[in-house]
Ligand binder design. Structure first.
Ligand code: MN
Length: 205
């Protein structure tokens, strides 16, 4: 049974950066729907007890093409949103510390350069999709982007995403309309770098 991450803040807590109605719709409807559809498909495929990362990395083992597609789309939708919401906070730690800070300096120079590159990847993603800050198994950081609900696992990479930028229109259109860049700037205002660091440490085991 796959479960949505629990939010420890109210739907209006990220205002004015992320608006209440978007939070209610995004977390309460979109993410909930992906999660339910994943659980239905995983039950049918007999993979309901598999870690989601493993499931997404081994989709080629699912023989039925319709079931494989359902697991890819809804499993991605489930995982990607859990990661997205896991680093948002009304009281974010504004800058990274420790090992993550060092690795950001190695890969990008500084935090502002990382944000600029992640924003560029998010703007470059044509149509719906995601931009990612990833780590490899050695702890080295990189940025990538994916269409739809794909992610580095379903794309067959060895990378683990630690920060997700959702650029589906449902993530920003109610407030920002066509202004994806403004939404990304606002999103960075509520990214908790302490939570990103926790994802980083978890990814490295
Ligand atoms: Mn979304």
């Amino acid at each position: 049974m796959f479960e949505q991450i629990k939010l420890d803040f109210a739907s209006d807590a990220l205002e004015p950066h992320i608006d209440t109605l978007t939070m209610e719709t995004h977390y309460g409807k979109h993410h909930a729907t992906y999660t339910k559809a994943l659980n239905d498909a995983a039950e049918k495929a007999g993979v309901a007890d598999m870690p989601i990362e493993t499931l997404l990395s081994s989709l080629d083992k699912v023989e039925d093409p319709a079931l494989r597609k359902a697991l890819k789309n809804n499993g991605g939708g489930f995982y990607n949103h859990n990661l997205y919401f896991s680093v948002l906070s009304p009281e974010p730690q504004k800058t990274p510390e420790g090992e993550l800070k060092k690795q950001i300096e190695t890969a990008f120079g500084d935090l502002d350069s990382l944000k600029a590159q992640l924003k560029a990847a998010a703007l470059r993603q044509f149509g719906s999709g995601w931009a990612w800050l990833n780590t490899d198994k050695s702890g080295a950081l990189s940025i990538s982007q994916s269409p739809n609900q794909d992610n580095p696992f379903s794309e067959g990479t060895e990378l683990t995403p630690i920060l997700a930028v959702d650029v589906w229109e449902h993530a920003y259109y109610l407030k920002y309309k066509n202004l994806r860049a403004d939404y990304i700037d606002a999103l960075f205002e509520v990214v908790d770098w302490k939570a990103v660091e926790a994802n980083y440490q978890k990814a490295l085991g």
